[in-house]
Design a protein around this ligand. Structure first.
Ligand SMILES: CC(C)(COP(=O)(O)OP(=O)(O)OC[C@H]1O[C@@H](n2cnc3c(N)ncnc32)[C@H](O)[C@@H]1OP(=O)(O)O)[C@@H](O)C(=O)NCCC(=O)NCCS
Length: 142
């Protein structure tokens, strides 16, 4: 039996699988407005998707901005959380960024996920922002 496989690729290669999971986690489960997830920036980004038995179970988006990279849309299937899938995927994404001249990685964390990113070495780098929708966002850097 083989375990989950991690793939890194373009939106053309991985966008369908990544978007399916993003819709489930952010829009259906968390109630994030659709336009914040499908923001038009995925086409130029690099995507990591973890597949298990052909099904996408985790995903992250990586975008280059000069010397620095931005990580976003980090999602693990609800039934697969707490199994270190998110951590493995993030470490793969961070290693990819490191070999592509990424001197700094920025992200905006939902406050409830801040500890997850801290375990990976990210630190808060600015003011917390409270959105009208109730989400509390923390800027972080690695
Ligand atoms: C946040 C999320 C990506 C974490 O993925 P996961 O696969 O469940 O996390 P892992 O099992 O890899 O956890 C790695 C470590 O981080 C810790 N951790 C995980 N989620 C955490 C959280 N929300 N707060 C604090 N610590 C957390 C784990 O306990 C584990 O610690 P350990 O090494 O001491 O055992 C996942 O819960 C998720 O998709 N949530 C819904 C979408 C979301 O909120 N995304 C983040 C948007 S900013």
């Amino acid at each position: 039996m083989t375990g989950p496989s991690i793939k890194i690729g373009t939106y053309a290669e991985l966008g369908t699988a990544a978007d399916e999971l993003r819709r489930q986690v952010f829009i259906d489960e968390q109630g994030v407005p659709e336009e914040e997830i499908f923001d038009g920036l995925s086409g130029q980004a690099v995507h990591t998707v973890v597949f298990d038995g052909g099904v996408p179970v985790a995903t992250v988006r990586m975008r280059q901005d000069g010397d620095s990279w931005r990580i976003g849309l980090v999602a693990v299937d609800k039934s697969r959380r707490g199994q270190h899938l998110g951590e493995k995927m993030m470490r793969t994404a961070m290693a990819y960024i490191a070999v592509h001249d990424g001197r700094e990685i920025a992200l905006t964390a939902q406050q409830q996920a801040k500890g997850f990113y801290e375990k990976l070495g990210f630190r808060q780098c600015g003011e917390i922002k409270v959105l009208e929708s109730g989400f509390v966002l923390v800027p972080m850097k690695y």
